[in-house]
Design a binder for this molecule. Structure first.
Ligand code: GN1
Ligand code: MG
Length: 364
């Protein structure tokens, strides 16, 4: 479908007039656009096409985001000292939370957060520390929002048992005949699965509390201001009940990898321990009052767990013929999976040190 961005924008309640737009290259799921207006006193907007193949219940999704952003806005009004911001949904002319353009074509608009930037590569420990605090604050502020009010936007999103079933199923069906090319990766999954399943087992037994979590804590979902204070969390599509381990783990997977998520040269992939340590300190500073012993015991391991699970999802999508994640070349998902698995290995060899850093941060 032709995307006439100006026309799409005309359906929303914006201030000023549409002037121009730029496609923003970020994320593997939705499509994003920066919208400029001709108004000098207004920063612009952030338009997103919602991937309806992945987010089947757009109403539920946008209700969640509305609840979460309102709750955060109320909380932040009481805590100006945090100097934190929250995304703001711009309604359509009819007052709806999103614009339904045509069958399967859904759009939403946010106010653009001015003077902000994110990090695909975490440049130093101070930035990692700020990032850790930001996701800690985010989760703490949502602690008193009743979880039952949120829908599960993607059912079983971080359910490793289900993810493994799906993987083995794709392996059996082998729809695009790719399984023959990945014996090492299949073996990697087989040899790690049992250990990784200890987390879902603890969740099932009720030993790990469900909280409201972000569930997609890529480091670049943290926005920083001009003085590098982390001041806003974005990408709220998967905010729903989850474990704190998911949020900690995914931030380490993305923030403390010495290489890109899809690096071809695996020798560049490693865990950056100083970045890990600084993030851990920031995160624990803001969450230690609520962490349980089982969570603390598994925090360092959660980085491996999440890296393994997301690697498994990339590998599954490779087997399926790249239906889920946006790819830029045929082996893209396989390259991403390989990086994740290499990072799991690197974390395995630093497991004791990573756990010691958690314990040390708790007592500081
Ligand atoms: C997807 O689109 P993006 O980059 O925000 C995915 C995450 C993965 C991530 C891997 C809804 O997030 O779960 O961790 O790619 N989001 C969804 O880079 O599946
Ligand atoms: Mg996302």
């Amino acid at each position: 479908m032709e995307r006439d961005i100006k026309k799409i924008i005309s359906n929303f309640r914006i201030t000023g007039e549409f002037a121009d737009y730029e496609k923003v290259v970020t994320g593997h799921i939705n499509d994003s656009y920066y919208i400029k207006t001709n108004s000098t006193d207004h920063p612009g907007y952030f338009l997103q096409w919602i991937n309806n193949y992945i987010f089947k219940d757009v109403d539920g999704l946008m209700n969640n985001i509305t609840l979460v952003t309102r709750h955060l806005a109320d909380k932040l009004a009481m805590h100006p000292e945090l100097a934190f911001k929250v995304l703001e949904i711009i309604p359509t002319l009819q007052g709806d939370k999103y614009y339904h353009q045509a069958e399967g074509q859904f759009w939403r608009l946010y106010k653009f957060i001015d003077n902000s930037h994110g990090y695909d590569v975490v440049e130093n420990s101070q930035i990692a520390y700020e990032g850790g605090k930001a996701f800690g604050i985010f989760m703490s502020l949502l602690a008193d929002l009743p979880a039952g009010r949120l829908t599960e936007t993607i059912p079983d999103f971080h359910n490793l048992e289900k993810r493994l079933d799906t993987f083995y199923n794709s392996l059996n069906i082998n729809p695009v005949h790719r399984s023959g090319s990945i014996p090492e990766e299949i073996n990697f999954v087989r040899t790690r699965a049992e250990q990784m399943l200890t987390i879902p087992a603890l969740i099932k037994e009720g030993k790990i509390p469900m909280r409201i979590t972000h569930n997609d804590t890529k480091f670049n979902n943290i926005l920083f201001d001009d003085s590098n204070h982390a001041m806003c969390i974005v990408d709220l599509d998967t905010v729903m009940p989850g474990s704190i381990l998911f949020d900690f783990g995914d931030a380490i997977r993305t923030g403390a990898n010495t290489a890109a998520e899809d690096e071809k040269d695996l020798s560049k992939v490693d865990i950056n321990l100083p970045i890990y340590e600084a993030y851990t300190q920031g995160f624990i500073e803001k969450t230690h009052h609520t962490l349980t012993k089982v969570e603390i015991d598994n925090l360092a391991f959660s980085a491996r767990f999440m890296t393994f699970m997301i690697g498994l999802r990339f590998l599954t999508d490779f087997l399926d013929g790249d239906l889920y994640f946006r790819t830029h070349y045929p082996e893209h998902n396989l390259d991403r999976a390989r990086v994740q698995f290499r990072l799991v290995e690197a974390m395995e060899s630093h497991a004791d040190k990573m756990h010691a850093i958690v314990l040390q941060s708790i007592t500081e």
